[in-house]
Write a protein that binds this ligand. Structure first.
Ligand code: ADP
Ligand code: MG
Length: 262
């Protein structure tokens, strides 16, 4: 059983501290949701976990399977089993969804064994067909150029399919705080629900309580000012739905008045 353990994580961007001592443990098989107002550092956490170079870890530890994640490059983190779904996936004209996924699988296989000849095409096709079936995706999707002319919902689908193909142990899904329509939300949720099980740990990051109408998390955490300030079960999300974030701000926001988000 793998677990991602985050201890006292402090992260700065351009010298400004954004995460201020964040603690969180996610085990395979668990679904966690982090919720919080805009600007509290939710995306900073996601990018830091994946190794984005702009985010400087100044203090604390992140380990996965007992390995120090912070010492690893993003591709090494990925091979270890950590996956981050992109908020704004890039279009790659000329490369089909299927070819992209096959390259991703093959580069991973070659990293594990330089002699590897790559996944045989029939095996790949069978696997892809199965995964697309689980996600109720039309098979023609695999032949389209990656993200080229995709709707927001289709981009999300492509991300979820990538997740299904790479079979991570921990998937981090950071939902943008703007412009994620209800359709995209539903697609992400259905994908997570279809893929979740004892092998997969999920961290869903969202501003919206409504995401949790679709995904049933085991644990809900509220983030404020770069820390997790409340943790509980699904009832915490319901409480937020009813009462909003004002009570959290009143209780935990220590930033100067002029910086407070209205
Ligand atoms: P959230 O996802 O919770 O809305 P973010 O992690 O995106 O919050 O941002 C947290 C804080 O860090 C905000 O004050 C934001 O302005 C700042 N920030 C985020 N990314 C950058 C960046 N690349 N450069 C400078 N400041 C940033
Ligand atoms: Mg964000």
């Amino acid at each position: 059983m793998s677990e991602l353990v985050i201890k006292n994580l402090h992260v700065s961007i351009d010298g400004k501290e954004i995460l201020k001592g964040l603690d969180l443990t996610i085990k395979q098989g668990e679904i966690h949701a982090i919720m919080g107002p805009n600007g509290t550092g939710k995306s900073t956490l996601a990018y830091t976990l994946m190794g984005h170079p702009s985010y400087e870890v100044t203090e604390g530890e992140v380990s996965f399977d007992g390995k120090n994640v912070l010492d690893l490059e993003p591709d090494e983190r990925s091979r270890l089993g950590i996956f981050l779904a992109f908020q704004y996936p890039v279009a790659i004209p000329g490369v089909t969804v299927a070819n992209f996924l096959r390259s991703a699988i093959n580069s991973r296989r070659r990293a594990a064994n330089p002699e590897d000849k790559g996944i045989p095409i029939p095996e790949f096709r069978k696997m892809l067909k199965e995964k697309m079936g689980v996600l109720k995706m039309d098979q023609s999707f695999a032949g389209r150029y990656l993200n080229e002319g995709f709707s927001g919902g289709e981009k999300k689908r492509a991300e979820i399919l990538q997740m299904a193909t790479l079979t991570p142990k921990i998937a981090i899904l950071d939902e943008t705080d703007s412009g994620l329509d209800i359709d995209a939300l539903r697609i992400v949720s259905e994908g997570v629900n279809a893929l979740s099980g004892p092998e997969l740990g999920v961290l869903v990051i969202t501003h919206y309580q409504r995401l949790l109408n679709y995904i049933k998390p085991h644990f809900v955490h509220i983030m404020m000012n770069g820390r997790i300030v409340e943790s509980g079960g699904p009832e915490l999300a319901l409480h937020l739905e009813e009462h909003g974030y004002d009570w959290v701000r009143e209780k935990y926001d220590e930033s100067p008045e002029e910086q407070k988000v209205a």
